[in-house]
Design a protein around this ligand. Structure first.
Ligand code: SAM
Length: 567
């Protein structure tokens, strides 16, 4: 990012730095509390890379760079989970980095380096720190060593993450994001970039224009967001009862504001930031190609598949084009897509998208899809339905599909290997294990439909409740600090119930169920916790221990289901 010295370039540079200062001030005054984004987790990216024919670094020993990491809420759980991997996060906002560093110190993490730095300065800082360009392809031990405050940024990263940044920065910063991926991604590395996309953002952009205008005299902050909220409510009233497209758009905007009422920082940055530049997927892919990068897949594969649309629509889209990027663009048109999480790799990396038994044998499978019926029959020809985590229903009469999903449901929250799944299916159907190719085809379609998740290594989850239950050390710290904790599948679990939060804080693997009941009893007696049964507060002291015992058992079972308990 040399400024070159002529007047135009100097003027450009001044404008770019002005923009940067404005962004930094906006995030310093309204910090963006970041949290786990499970689609960015290196194990998830490794699984998708393997599926697409790459040979990625394992999450247990990799180098991760996050651009625009805010307060490190996404990187901290990864660094806690993989002590032998090295994580680097950069962000413009000193205030956010400062609070991230405090959390890193509290968690005692030596493998996470959070720095105040602009995306525009990654290369200049790195060059001056190392005194020249390092050799390419150095997946070396030095890069995995714990960072010191002055150590240079590693030259290469196995995973580069940039979530919630690309659409809110100037074109120069966007170009720098692609360029950092081109220059610093390992040969089989994967970059994750999320962005607002069209056509969906056309509608949201109309609302954004209106609220930006209405709040133009307010400085960034809670007051401005509150005014924007009121205005969206008002706009929606102006067309109350109307059935036209405008009324529908305003109603949807009001619902969006209401849904995120408890996260005003999200609303502020989503609607009120100075820059907001959505982009069509095909344009994004073309710009990435201009930087020597190619499209691998979406981080949420179900969202990209034409075949998830109604069969007659999918067939028409396949008639329009056989080009993958064009086809996905059509899917976005049909689905009115407004957000993408796109994975890129080097243009010269050879991709092979065929799903084969060999690839699946390198992976583990999990599914949270629940049988709708209590009397599920995997054998026989009757249709059975399974409800996915996102509420979609998958139905099949095929014994292999029914048995596979029953076996995965029984294993949840664990992820199991291909051959374990084959044996479990054989047991359920009381016949020989399924043919490799048949199971591969089934898993490929379940994955494309978003019914199963693939993992490059199995998450460390307890399948049942042990005598001395334990959650991760990080979850205990997070429960002490607030409502959001990260589970063993790198997803955020919200603990609204103070009772559950108290339990999570104390599940360190040294306390029996009886110990937990005693601890809780002391809290209730001291008036620091309330206890209720069927929504009614318990007043009689003699009933409290029995109620607590039942509650502890109930919540521990739920924590298993929420993948919070570790082995
Ligand atoms: C909407 S927040 C997203 C934070 C985080 N990635 C997440 O998704 O939770 C955007 C972040 O990008 C940072 N940012 C914007 N421009 C930047 C730049 N040029 N260099 C570094 N960070 C930047 C902001 O300071 C802010 O923390």
């Amino acid at each position: 990012m040399d400024c070159g010295g002529n007047e135009d370039m100097t003027g450009d540079l001044a404008r770019i730095r002005d923009e940067e200062r404005a962004v930094r001030d906006a995030y310093d005054s309204v910090p963006y509390p970041s949290a786990s984004q499970h689609h960015t987790h290196p194990d998830h990216l490794a699984a998708l890379a393997i599926l697409n024919g790459l040979d990625p670094a394992p999450a247990q020993r990799c180098r991760v760079l996050e651009l625009g990491c805010a307060d490190g809420g996404n990187l901290i759980p990864m660094a806690a989970e993989f002590p032998e991997s090295r994580f680097t996060g950069i962000d413009l906002s000193p205030k956010q980095i400062e609070s991230g560093r405090a959390a890193v110190a509290e968690a005692g993490l030596a493998n996470l380096d959070l720095r105040v730095m602009s995306i525009l300065d990654v290369d200049t800082t790195r060059r001056s720190a190392v005194g020249g360009r390092e050799s390419e392809n150095n997946r070396d031990d030095a890069a995995l060593r714990p960072p010191t405050p002055d150590s240079p940024l590693p030259n290469q990263f196995d995973y580069i993450l940039c979530h919630g940044v690309f659409s809110w920065v100037t074109p120069e910063v966007q170009e720098a994001i692609f360029e950092i991926c081109r220059t610093h991604l390992a040969p089989h590395g994967v970059a994750y970039i999320s962005y607002n996309t069209y056509p969906g953002w056309h509608l949201r952009e109309m609302v954004r224009d209106m609220v930006v205008f209405h709040t133009r005299h307010f400085p960034d902050g809670d007051e401005r967001t509150a005014r924007a909220f009121e205005f969206v409510q008002f706009l929606s009233e102006t067309s109350a009862g109307g059935g036209d497209a405008h009324a529908l758009m305003l109603r949807t905007a009001r619902e969006h504001f209401e849904e995120f009422r408890h996260r005003p920082a999200y609303l502020a940055h989503e609607y009120l930031e100075r820059t907001n530049a959505p982009i069509y997927f095909h344009e994004f892919a073309e710009r990435a190609a201009g930087h020597g990068l190619q499209y691998v897949s979406e981080a949420e594969p179900a969202a990209m598949e034409a075949d998830n649309l109604a069969p007659n629509i999918a067939a028409r889209l396949h008639q329009f084009t056989s080009d993958r990027i064009e086809l996905e663009q059509y899917v976005d048109f049909a689905a009115n897509r407004m957000f993408r999480r796109t994975l890129l790799c080097h243009a010269n990396a050879r991709l092979d998208r065929d799903v084969t038994p060999k690839k699946l044998r390198r992976l583990y499978v999990s599914s949270r899809a629940k049988p709708v019926s209590d009397t599920l029959q995997p054998r026989g020809t009757g249709s059975e339905s399974f409800r996915t985590e996102r509420g979609a229903v998958f139905s099949s009469a095929h014994p292999l599909a029914k048995a596979a999903l029953s076996a995965l449901f029984a294993a949840w929250p664990e992820a199991i290997a291909f051959d374990t799944l084959r044996s479990n299916i054989a047991r359920l159907l009381d016949e020989a294990p399924p043919d490799d190719d048949a199971l591969t085809d089934l898993l490929a379609s379940l994955h494309a439909a978003g019914v199963i998740t693939l993992h490059a290594s199995p998450p460390n989850c307890a399948r049942g409740v042990s005598a001395f239950p334990r959650v991760s050390a990080l979850a205990r710290l997070q429960a002490a600090a607030g409502l959001l904790v990260t589970n063993q599948h790198h997803r955020v679990v919200r603990l609204d119930d103070p009772f559950v939060r108290f339990m999570v804080r104390h599940l360190n693997g040294t306390r029996s169920h009886a110990d937990l009941v005693r601890l809780l009893d002391a809290e209730v007696t001291a008036g620091r916790l309330d206890v209720s049964s069927d929504g009614q507060p318990i007043r009689e002291p003699q009933r409290i221990p029995a109620v607590l015992q039942a509650l502890v058992a109930h919540h521990l079972r739920q924590m298993t289901e929420y993948a919070l308990l570790v082995e």
